[in-house]
Write a protein that binds this ligand. Structure first.
Ligand SMILES: Cc1cc2nc3c(=O)[nH]c(=O)nc-3n(C[C@H](O)[C@H](O)[C@H](O)COP(=O)(O)OP(=O)(O)OC[C@H]3O[C@@H](n4cnc5c(N)ncnc54)[C@H](O)[C@@H]3O)c2cc1C
Length: 509
């Protein structure tokens, strides 16, 4: 039995929603993964009479494609899409059956209007929480456009292919045999990369806003909701709605929600904002801000937005270590997301740079997958919580090296080692390994502000207890500010504080 009783019940409910028959073409042999796949297919067909199957030799075995009766859609799963990809399987079944996707109509039109042949392949791991979004976007594109096909490939089931292609990060997407991109990508971002741009004229015609929020993480979403509830003209521009939480696995400290997962939480943030009259401009980057008659905000697509007040909530991103080799070998052994890319280093030797909470959590996580983990810490002591350190030191395959500075990540076409300097003796040492996880904290996304808004030494926007910045009418909230702690509830609270303060500013000015 592949699925436990609870999942089976849920699945049976979902499969009730199938609108038309779907035909699954199965390519299987006698290997273990094929057997697992066949068992899953048996369970699916037992749950819905609308699911038909047939044997068919496909380019990869084991794999299966999900099709309309009499028409191939090009949606293929190579491996068994359980784990984080289970939702991708369910959505593919429903969408192929004719059920409308929950995607903006304008995006659907853009997908349908793409001309040409696009054959996508996405290498994933079943524990990667960033992968399903990419898989689901590309599956949907295949379902909507006959020129597009997409195959999800579970790296664990196709190890030889992963090795021969030197894939060291998931998701890695190939288009027509060439690397197209890696890491999280939304449908809009994929369309952008394919050259299908949204119509900029729609931005040019926008009336000035009362409050314009920049950034769509917890702080921005909260600010937008609080502003919109005042009945004023509110807009939100976000490069990637959801923000950092999209990179997070389990969240257990969102008060009143015992447990949720990052991508799911990010979706609920967006849904909540959509309940209000907020102009959401996602997949848009802001590059400049200036106070004139209005506060003017320039987007990277060239459009200029105007607003009486602005709330900056651009959050933070992983800090780079900034040594030779880091950029060159990014996704070729240099990684930032242990949950996503950890499984690709199974049985290999890796290093974690950084001995704070995230570094030590990563090291503990990786020790269960990699053959050996070396932790490199700059300071003479680890900064992680005692409980994490205790757990770390109990593991047999971890070496902790303190008071060292990373000098270089070495390699040829992929990482083969790391060189560090002992800060006490000044001597250089080299460790041979195949992967380096950089976990040295976060840096505020504020460079684009230039000299306009006052920031502290580490680039965080300085705010007062109204979340006001040095520029009248410009407020800031969340991880991009100098708030002492960076957490979801704190970001949401400060977003609310910023919006109420901005409203107060509007009625007084
Ligand atoms: C791995 C990890 C695990 C975590 N786990 C937890 C946890 O369990 N519990 C918890 O409370 N917190 C956790 N955090 C911290 C939490 O995610 C952050 O505190 C929170 O997301 C901050 O929210 P924010 O809205 O300020 O910024 P972000 O979430 O960083 O959002 C920033 C937004 O701004 C956008 N943006 C950035 N630059 C631009 C630009 N130039 N133009 C337009 N848009 C832009 C981004 O696309 C994004 O939409 C975790 C963080 C990480 C990285």
């Amino acid at each position: 039995m592949m699925l436990d009783a609870e999942i089976k019940n849920q699945l049976a409910e979902y499969l009730q929603l199938l609108e038309n028959d779907v035909l699954i073409k199965i390519s299987a042999e006698s290997d273990t993964v094929s057997k697992e796949m066949l068992a899953l297919m048996d369970e699916l067909t037992a749950l819905s009479p609308k699911i038909k199957t047939e044997q068919k030799k496909l380019p990869r075995t084991p794999s299966f494609s999900i099709n309309r009766m009499g028409e191939d859609t090009g949606v293929t799963f190579a491996g068994v899409p359980l784990g984080h990809e289970f939702t991708s399987l369910v959505l593919a079944l429903l969408q192929v059956s004719g059920r409308a996707p929950k995607v903006d109509g304008k995006l659907i039109d853009r997908v349908k209007s793409i001309k040409g042949e696009y054959h996508f392949e996405t290498f994933i791991s079943l524990s990667c929480h960033n992968c399903p979004e990419v898989v689901q976007a590309l599956n949907l594109m295949s379902i909507l456009n006959p020129g597009i096909t997409h195959t999800m490939i579970d790296g664990a089931a196709f190890k030889d292919e992963v090795e021969s292609k030197d894939i060291m990060a998931v998701p890695t997407v190939y288009l027509n045999g060439e690397v197209f991109g890696s890491g999280r990508m939304t449908l809009e971002e994929i369309l952008g990369k394919l050259g299908s741009a949204p119509d900029v004229s729609e931005f040019k015609e926008k009336e000035p806003f009362d409050i314009l929020v920049i950034g769509g993480g917890p702080a921005g979403a909260s600010a937008a909701i609080y502003a919109a509830r005042k009945g004023i003209r509110t807009g939100i521009v976000a490069e990637r709605f959801g923000g950092q939480v999209r990179e997070t696995l389990g969240i257990e400290n969102l008060i009143s929600v015992e447990y949720t997962e990052g991508p799911e939480f990010a979706d609920t943030l967006e849904q909540h904002v959509k309940k209000y009259d907020v102009d959401i401009m996602s997949s848009q980057r802001v590059r400049h801000l200036e106070r004139k008659e209005f506060i003017e905000v320039e987007l990277e697509n060239g459009a200029l937005l105007k607003s009486k007040a602005v709330i900056l909530s651009t959050g933070a991103r992983w800090r780079n270590v900034g040594v030779p080799g880091e950029k060159e070998f990014k996704n070729k052994g240099v990684a930032y997301c242990p949950h996503c890319d950890g499984p690709l280093f199974k049985g290999k030797q890796v290093a974690v740079i950084g001995g704070g909470n995230s570094g030590i959590e990563a090291a503990i996580d990786l020790a269960g997958i990699a053959s050996h983990v070396t932790v490199l810490e700059f300071m003479p002591e680890l900064k992680a919580d005692a409980i994490l350190q205790k757990r770390l030191y109990s593991l047999p395959n971890v070496t902790v090296i303190k008071n060292v500075q990373t000098k270089e990540i070495t390699g040829t076409d992929k990482v083969n080692g790391i060189t560090y300097t002992d800060r006490e003796s000044g001597a250089d040492h080299h460790v041979e390994l195949q992967g380096v996880f950089v976990q040295i904290g976060l840096v505020a996304n504020t460079e684009w502000l230039g000299e306009t808004v006052e920031r502290n030494r580490i680039g965080e926007i300085i705010v007062d207890n109204h979340n006001a910045t040095s520029v009248p009418g410009v407020f800031a909230a969340g991880d991009c500010t100098d708030s002492v702690y960076k957490q979801i509830v704190i970001a949401m609270g400060s977003g609310a504080n910023a919006a109420l303060s901005a409203f107060d500013y509007l009625i007084r000015s």
